[in-house]
Design a protein around this ligand. Sequence first.
Ligand SMILES: Nc1ncnc2c1ncn2[C@@H]1O[C@H](COP(=O)(O)OP(=O)(O)OP(=O)(O)O)[C@@H](O)[C@H]1O
Length: 262
Amino acid sequence: MNAFVALKDVTHAYGSGDGFPAVEHLSLSIAEGEFAAVVGPSGCGKSTLMKLATGLQFPRAGTILVGGAPVTQPVRIAGMAFQNPTLLPWRTTLENLLLPLEIVEPHRSRLKRERGSYVAKAERLLAQVGLKGQGGKYPWELSGGMQQRASLCRALIHEPRLLLLDEPFGALDAFTREELWCVIRDLHAERRMTVVLVTHDLREATFLADRIFCMSARPGRIVAERVVDFPRPRDLEVTYTKAFIDIVHELRGHIADARKTA
Ligand SMILES: Nc1ncnc2c1ncn2[C@@H]1O[C@H](COP(=O)(O)OP(=O)(O)OP(=O)(O)O)[C@@H](O)[C@H]1O
C-alpha cells in the first residue's frame, strides 16, 4: 500500500503532564484517498494521534510521514473539524468559512484580489452540505447540526488533501448524525481526500470507513485493524444488515478487551 499517512513506532508523552506516554509504539498506515476511522477506549490517545499527524505535537520517538514528507511543522494540506464547531460568533457563517483562507498560503495573498470567486466557492460548499443561502447568518442563529455542517465546510474550503475529524458528530442527535454521515460520505466520494475520523460510535466508523483502527487503552497503540469492504456508495440501509452488525460486534469486542487490560 502506498501510504499517505504513516506513523511508525511512535511514542509521545505530554511535557506538562505526568510523563506517562499517551501513545506508545503506535504504527499505522493509511493510503491516499482512503477513509480511515480510529476507535478505542476513552483517553487512549485518539486525539493525540490526530495532533501528531497534523504537526500540532511532535513525538518523543518514531517517525510520522504525511504525503511522503516527515511532519516537522503544522501540516498545511490538512483540514480539521472537532466535536464543538468552534465558529467565531462575531463572524457570519460565510466569514467563518473564509477564515482559513486568511491564514493559509497561497489563498492568503489571493483573497483580496479574488474574493468574489472564493465567496462563490464557499457558497457552493454551503449548498452542498444543505446550507444554501445561510452564509449571512451568525453561528448562534444556526442549530448544532447546521453549525457542524458549516464547520465541515470551513475544514474543506482550502481543499485539503487530508481531512481530520475528531468526534465531529458527537454532540448531535441520532437523526442529524446520520444525515451528516451521508454529507461526509458524499464529500469524500466527490473529492477523494484522505480522511481520518476519530469516533466512539462504532456504527459511524463502520458506515463511513474503508479501514478501522482499534486502539489499546493508554498508552495507545493499534491492537486491531479491520477493512470494511461494503461497496460504495453506501446507503443507510446497510447499517441494518447482518454483515454490518457483525463488524460492529467485532469492534465492540476489541474495545472491551482493551478496557479490561487497562
Ligand atoms: N495537553 C495535555 N497535557 C497532558 N496530558 C494530556 C494532554 N492532552 C491529553 N493528555 C492525556 O493523554 C492521554 C490521551 O489523551 P487523548 O485526548 O489523546 O485521548 P482520547 O482517546 O482522544 O480521549 P477521549 O476518547 O476521552 O476523547 C489522556 O490520558 C490525557 O489525559
